[in-house]
Design a protein around this ligand. Structure first.
Ligand SMILES: O=C(O)CCC(=O)C(=O)O
Ligand SMILES: [Fe+2]
Length: 351
């Protein structure tokens, strides 16, 4: 099938403001196993808040280049001179503390920015991914806290998304097994924290009609769960188990949730962390907000015996969350857009 006739997937939609009924839980369980993706509504994040975030981000992205933090492609990626996908994830609590950093005052040079952030100790446990897309005109500029973001908006967003993430994790645990939320939420998930990421995909200059332009290369998320708000442009795709790309069409007032590698490992592979990507097919700017809910860096991830189930093979050796994040960021093959290596390669028991 030509890619322009891309199949579209109808993911189940859950009203997350309500306790999920037994039938919703079984459909959630199915969605997590099959796709690792589902939709939520009544999530409590108002249109108005998204509008504010959107216009603040829009303002930031439309600043002249010199005012943005410019990061050149790393030397190993020289062949992709046109391509620069720069991405910085900030831990929400720390993001809020950076209000004093006015964007145009931020040093031009990337490493000195990192140093600045590190030396202020604000940035201790944040991780930074500097990655390159493969074939696109996408630019995601490093979002550093700047005066264009009023901290009230971010605080509201951070709090809402944290609450939402907790509710989602509990629902996912309930769908995985009876009493799993009461048995494992406190012990394993109560120290999770969130990272927000603002993705701005600049309009492609040319699009090969059939194929589109890859805005964000195939990857899996390094989170427990990710919540994505995509605008109405579309382009998010999930890869089926058979390797077929399926569109996840935008739907008003609906957020996309997906399982990340950390939850996949914790669930002994029962919850799928699917490969996904963004393909741009129109000459328009696309915008999305992603919120990653992650284990604390020092957590040792080990699927509990009850989750593995008696007689079942343990898929992953225990590993420290931070080490996996480092692996993904430092190992060329573990990088976002070359997802060849993920948690299976890092901690898999083989077989
Ligand atoms: O832009 C999107 O819709 C998805 C973004 C995404 O997958 C990510 O930021 O990890
Ligand atoms: Fe993602």
């Amino acid at each position: 099938m030509p890619e322009s006739q891309q199949a579209c997937i109808h993911l189940p939609v859950f009203d997350i403001s309500q306790p999920l009924s037994p039938s919703s839980l079984s459909s959630l369980s199915l969605a997590c196993k099959e796709w690792g993706f589902f939709h939520i509504i009544n999530h409590g994040v108002s249109k108005n808040l998204y509008k504010k975030l959107y216009s603040l981000s829009n303002h930031l992205f439309s600043l002249p280049c010199e005012s943005k933090i410019k990061v050149g492609p790393s030397s190993s990626l020289k062949s992709y001179t046109l391509i620069s996908l720069h991405l910085l994830s900030l831990k929400v609590s720390e993001f809020l503390d950076l209000t004093s950093m006015v964007l145009h005052k931020v040093p031009q040079n990337f490493s000195s920015i990192i140093q600045t952030l590190n030396s202020g100790n604000i940035y201790n446990s944040c991780y930074i991914s500097l990655i390159s897309g493969r074939a696109c005109f996408l630019k995601i500029y490093v979002i550093c806290m700047c005066s264009t973001y009023d901290s009230e908006t971010l605080k509201e967003y951070g709090n809402k998304m944290s609450e939402l993430s907790k509710r989602i994790v509990k629902a996912v645990l309930m769908s995985l097994g009876e009493d799993f939320d009461t048995n494992f939420y406190e012990s394993d998930f109560s120290n999770c924290h969130g990272y927000m990421r603002i993705n701005n995909y600049t309009a492609p200059e040319s699009v090969e009609q059939e194929k589109g332009v890859e805005g964000l290369g195939m990857h899996t998320d390094m989170s427990c769960v990710t919540i994505v708000c995509q605008d109405d442009i579309g382009g998010l795709q999930v890869r089926s188990k058979e390797g077929k790309w399926m569109d996840i069409n935008p739907c008003e007032d609906t957020l996309v949730v997906n399982i990340g590698d950390l939850m996949h490992a914790w669930s002994n592979g029962k919850l799928r962390s699917s490969e996904h990507r963004v393909v741009l097919k129109r000459y328009v700017n696309r915008f999305s907000l992603a919120f990653f809910w992650c284990f604390e860096d020092e957590k040792v991830i080990l699927a509990p015996n009850e989750v593995v189930g008696e007689g079942n093979f343990r898929m992953y050796k225990p590993f420290v969350c931070r080490d996996y994040l480092k692996f993904r960021e430092s190992c060329e093959k573990g990088k976002f857009d070359t997802v060849g290596f993920t948690v299976k390669d890092f901690a898999g028991n083989g077989g």
